[in-house]
Design a protein around this ligand. Structure first.
Ligand code: DX5
Ligand code: ZN
Length: 224
């Protein structure tokens, strides 16, 4: 008989899809609706073809929120910005393997700054890129769309990648969470859970729903 504890799913609404003019109210609504984390997408207009916000806005989001901030850095040279984002309020801080030639050092930097370090892989990036840093990760984020925009269609090959990473984590006996980001909603969340993901970012599927609480409950109900 398995003695494994039941897996718990974490739902992380992505504020990229929120109404920025009403950000405080939007955050309260998803928190009251059962969000476990708030996913915050930082884009620099270089690594990805879009621009969002930086540390001052994140510090304000921190003031307006009760749940931990899961900050996803889609920026070049992320190592230059680690302390600024942790000071602004990032509890989880995730850097792209594609932006980080000294990934091992960058992950230590995040941990020393006081946040939970994570690595994110673009859809075309192999899970083998994690092999020498998996022990240093609190979480791994698998992109299931090309980063830069909300509301895109889920890329199914992400599921095989989640499985491959889950297998590596299990074989090494590690406790690393697998997060998935992009196109997650009622039609895709269950397959990601079955592949081994436990942290689900959802922008459009939550903020685009008229009743965010009902949508979060519906997503969670698909995982039981
Ligand atoms: C895309 C971002 C995502 C985005 C997801 O670059 O990393 O976090 O907000 O949005 P949906 O859930 O709408 O695909
Ligand atoms: Zn993201």
């Amino acid at each position: 008989m398995s003695t494994a504890l039941p897996r718990r799913a974490l739902i992380a609404p992505s504020v990229l899809s929120a109404d920025f003019l009403r950000l405080g109210e939007e955050i309260r609504e998803v928190e009251d609706g059962g969000a476990d984390l708030l996913h915050v997408d930082v884009m620099d207009g270089h690594f990805v073809p879009n621009l969002t916000f930086g540390p001052p806005v994140i510090a304000k989001i921190r003031e307006a929120s009760r749940v931990p901030l899961d900050v996803h850095l889609m920026i070049e040279e992320p190592e230059r910005w680690i302390s600024r984002y942790v000071e602004a309020g990032a509890a989880w801080l995730t850097v792209h393997v594609e932006t980080s030639p000294h990934l091992h050092r960058t992950l230590q930097q995040i941990r020393e700054a006081g946040a939970q370090p994570g690595v994110v892989l673009n859809p075309s990036t192999s899970p083998e890129t994690l092999d020498w840093v998996l022990e240093d990760c609190h979480h791994v984020l698998v992109m299931s769309v090309n980063p830069g925009f909300g509301g895109q269609r889920f890329i199914p090959s992400a599921l095989r990648k989640v499985e491959a990473i889950a297998d590596r984590i299990a074989r090494r006996g590690l406790d690393v969470a697998i997060e998935i980001d992009g196109g997650i909603g009622p039609d895709t969340i269950r397959s990601a859970w079955d592949a081994g993901a436990t942290v689900f970012v959802a922008g459009n599927a939550i903020f685009g729903a008229p009743d965010r609480k009902a949508r979060i409950a519906a997503l969670r109900s698909l995982l039981t």
